[in-house]
Design a binder for this molecule. Structure first.
Ligand code: G3P
Ligand code: CA
Length: 331
């Protein structure tokens, strides 16, 4: 068994909250995640028209809110190119926070998580400040510090429309007392440039997200030819370690799957990242068979066991109770 970088227990990061049980990115999802044993909750952040950071996985919100049923916002439906993809719907940057607060969240994948639709129409889109307030209250109640694992979504796009995410993010974190390398915060991005820039402005831990295909969107915009495949090499990881403290990796980068969904031998990614001084956090763990490899159908615990044995420092999970209660993890 390979150990974690700091020889501590791997952290449980509640992916978009306890999103297996509640509509994602709602206070209810985050609150339940904390109750189920998460160490960190994971808000993805986008901006409103008035520059307020809110939690949504995309700035186009028709899949996770009831915006389409609000006739007063029908005129805001439009098509935009976001990170190279054409998207039609309603976009957070076209709404003030006051307007967005009239919407209600809904389950993203009702065909798979029909029980979560019981909460459709009940829950607001939370702001970053509301999430921090929740975390502080809950940490006090359970006498355990809960961290926040924040992702800047579409940073180059938001910069291009005059709603850069980084300044309000750092201002909010500073105003709430999050400072220094040991603060219970990670800031993550699939892009490189905004993390490099953030590293000159904050000591808070930064996380380079690494996908199993494609390239960072800021590389696309700048014409840089490097891809995620280049970034996961030993030399790429050494470069990342100059501005980040962790990598957040697609799990197939560590344990690839064959065409039948069966697991292949692990790569050296954890060993290489640890050699570069980087923590390794892996996404995304989900209980449903359609997300599990062939080897662990009906057995999500087995998947955690495998990845923990490889020395990963944390896992992003839709089901933090499954991750936290894994019986074979003893550190
Ligand atoms: O942030 C890393 C993890 O959350 C996977 O990315 O697409 O779910 O935000 P995504
Ligand atoms: Ca995320």
């Amino acid at each position: 068994m390979t150990t974690t970088l700091q020889d501590t227990s791997p952290i449980i990061i509640a992916h978009r909250g306890a999103s297996g049980y509640r509509p994602e990115h709602t206070l209810a999802a985050y609150e339940l995640a904390i109750a189920l044993g998460a160490d960190y909750i994971e808000p993805d952040l986008v901006s409103t028209k008035d520059g307020i950071l809110i939690a949504r996985h995309e700035n186009e919100i028709s899949q996770t809110t009831n915006v389409a049923s609000h006739v007063e916002f029908a005129h805001l439906q439009t098509t935009k190119i976001i990170d190279g993809e054409s998207k039609t719907g309603w976009f957070t940057e076209d709404f003030t926070l006051t307007e967005l607060k009239t919407l209600r969240a809904k389950e993203r994948i009702p065909q798979l998580r029909s029980q979560n639709t019981a909460y459709d129409g009940l829950l607001e889109i939370p702001t970053l400040q509301e999430i921090i307030d929740l975390v502080k209250v809950k940490s006090g109640e359970i006498n355990r510090t809960i961290g926040i694992y924040l992702e800047t979504k579409h940073p180059t796009y938001f910069q291009s429309i005059g709603l850069a995410l980084e300044a309000p993010l750092l201002a909010t974190l500073t105003a709430n007392g999050y400072q220094g390398a040991n603060a219970p915060v990670f800031i993550q991005s699939f892009e490189v440039g905004n993390l490099q820039d953030l590293s000159t402005k904050t000591d808070l831990p930064l996380v380079q997200l690494l996908n199993n295909s494609g390239k960072p969107d800021d590389f696309v915009v700048s014409g840089c030819e490097r891809t995620y495949t280049d970034l996961v090499t030993a030399s790429g990881l050494t470069e990342i370690a100059k501005y980040a403290q962790a990598v957040g990796i697609h799990k197939n980068l560590l344990v690839p799957r064959d065409n039948n969904g069966k697991l292949r031998s692990p790569t050296s990614l954890v060993i290489d990242a640890h050699a570069a001084g980087l923590l390794v956090h892996v996404w995304t763990f989900r209980n449903e068979d359609c997300f599990l490899p062939l080897d662990f159908q009906g057995n999500p615990q087995g998947e955690y066991k495998l990845f923990f044995s490889l020395g990963v420092d944390g896992v992003f999970s839709d089901y933090p109770d499954t991750a936290a209660c894994h019986p074979t993890v003893q550190w």
